[in-house]
Design a protein around this ligand. Structure first.
Ligand SMILES: Cc1cc2nc3c(=O)[nH]c(=O)nc-3n(C[C@H](O)[C@H](O)[C@H](O)COP(=O)(O)OP(=O)(O)OC[C@H]3O[C@@H](n4cnc5c(N)ncnc54)[C@H](O)[C@@H]3O)c2cc1C
Length: 401
């Protein structure tokens, strides 16, 4: 099939946003709301699915819990932004085009790259072929199907980071007949303060999760995992949560990326190699005073909003401003009936204060449910989405204005 090219007119500035995750959707709604009355600006959002993936709830999907149907095209109604459903297969940064499903081409003047990240199944042999992941709603549904068909047996959750903890707790709570083994190098909750970490581990224990720390996964086999020590653990299902990687598209396009394929940005979120490209969310390596941001929704949404504000400024002949963000919390669900919330300093190190139990469950649910209504509010009041902790001195990058 011949490639179809869609171009704007010579006077139209076309902003194309790749990825309608937490970050990309924030850019699309914020920018469309701010440029609604401008005939010379066109905003297009490209995403693999019409349904919004609540990534923060994928451990619920993986245990058969039904989530709300959130329609991206419906959300964009009335904003003027166009939605294109499709899989981005290439970016040509020289020609400033994006290829979709290998058959369609979109030209851009400004590109916003927000394709997120997926589980890095290349990190361990066999994970790609034999492990489940929480990379997408479809992947989580595959695991849900498998778990629903198991009457007994062992589920190995590989990776003791927060995704592994939330998944292990959820599986143990929803499938008490299954033996859940959570294994990884570090103690779960290792980055939390001692009280919050101890609470988290006690909750896993109460749910019957067997925790194996100091365990290095060497290989995922059909029906088992092999550790670096040589020990094998029989497993009826393996969930791999140990690390993430990003789409190879940015590197293939010649954008400067870091060792995880994230687009390296300057302080204003523009690609250091291609200033007409902004990078946001998990797909971006964003410098802050404390180091490079790591992928979270709490930081991803602000990057999305800030990119929109910067593009809006640029369209009005102004310079984009530096992006600054300070972390403030780490909410972790421990099944549906328990949770722990660690409050943090701007650099994400733990404070003394934390919430546990029912209060933490309510806090976590409020946070998890908040993005969608936030987008709705931003359609009418864009400024309402532009509030987040800037983090004070900790986030200041020397030399950035
Ligand atoms: C189980 C789990 C729990 C989590 N809990 C929390 C939490 O409590 N708090 C927190 O802050 N963070 C949490 N996170 C992390 C958070 O979900 C991510 O940081 C966040 O989703 C990043 O947003 P994003 O917009 O960059 O990417 P995503 O939300 O991943 O969105 C990327 C979008 O791009 C689309 N896409 C990708 N490639 C293509 C392509 N080639 N063509 C077309 N479309 C494409 C994807 O389909 C997706 O819609 C959790 C993650 C997981 C997996």
């Amino acid at each position: 099939m011949s490639a179809r090219q869609e171009t704007g007119t010579a006077t139209t500035h076309h902003v194309v946003i790749l990825g309608a995750g937490y970050a990309g959707l924030a850019t699309a709604v914020q920018l469309a709301a701010r440029t609604k009355r401008r005939e010379d600006v066109r905003v297009t959002l490209v995403n693999a699915q019409e349904r919004f993936t609540e990534r923060m709830r994928l451990h619920m999907t993986a245990t058969g819990q039904r989530l709300a149907e959130l329609s991206i095209p419906q959300l964009l109604e009335g904003t003027g932004a166009q939605f294109v459903r499709g899989w981005v297969t290439a970016v040509d940064a020289g020609a400033r085009t994006v290829r979709i499903d290998d058959e369609r081409e979109l030209r851009y003047d400004t590109l916003v790259y927000g394709l997120g990240g997926i589980a890095d199944t290349a990190a361990v042999p066999g994970a790609e072929d034999h492990a489940y992941t929480l990379s997408s709603a479809q992947d989580a549904e595959l695991l849900a199907d498998r778990l629903a068909r198991l009457d007994s047996g062992t589920v190995v959750v590989a990776g003791t980071g927060l995704t592994g903890v939330e998944a292990a707790a959820e599986i143990a709570e929803r499938h008490p007949r299954l033996r859940v083994v959570l294994l990884g190098r570090q103690e779960p909750g290792a980055a939390m303060n001692p009280k919050a970490g101890a609470y988290l581990r006690a909750a896993l224990d109460r749910l019957g999760v067997r925790v194996r720390t100091g365990a290095e996964l060497a290989e995922v086999l059909p029906g088992a995992v092999r550790l670096a020590s040589g020990e094998s653990i029989a497993a009826d299902a393996v969930l791999w949560t140990g690390g993430t990687r990003t789409s190879p598209l940015a590197a293939a396009a010649g954008l400067t990326v870091d060792d995880r394929g994230r687009v390296v940005t300057d302080a204003t979120l523009r690609s250091v190699s291609h200033p007409e490209v902004y990078a946001i969310g998990d797909a971006a390596a964003v410098p802050q005073g404390y180091g490079v941001m790591h992928g979270t929704c709490q930081g991803g949404m602000p990057t999305g909003v800030h990119a929109a504000l910067s593009i809006d400024r640029m369209l009005r002949g102004r310079r984009p401003r530096p992006f600054r963000f300070g972390y403030y919390h780490t909410p972790v669900s421990l099944g549906r009936g328990d949770a722990v919330v660690q409050f943090t300093r701007p650099d994400d190190s733990p404070r003394q204060i934390c919430l546990t139990g029912r209060v933490a469950v309510r806090y976590k649910e409020t946070v998890t449910a908040s993005p969608w209504p936030t987008y709705g509010r931003m359609k009418k009041m864009p400024a309402s989405g532009a509030l987040w902790p800037r983090g004070g001195r900790a986030t200041r990058v020397r030399g950035a204005r």
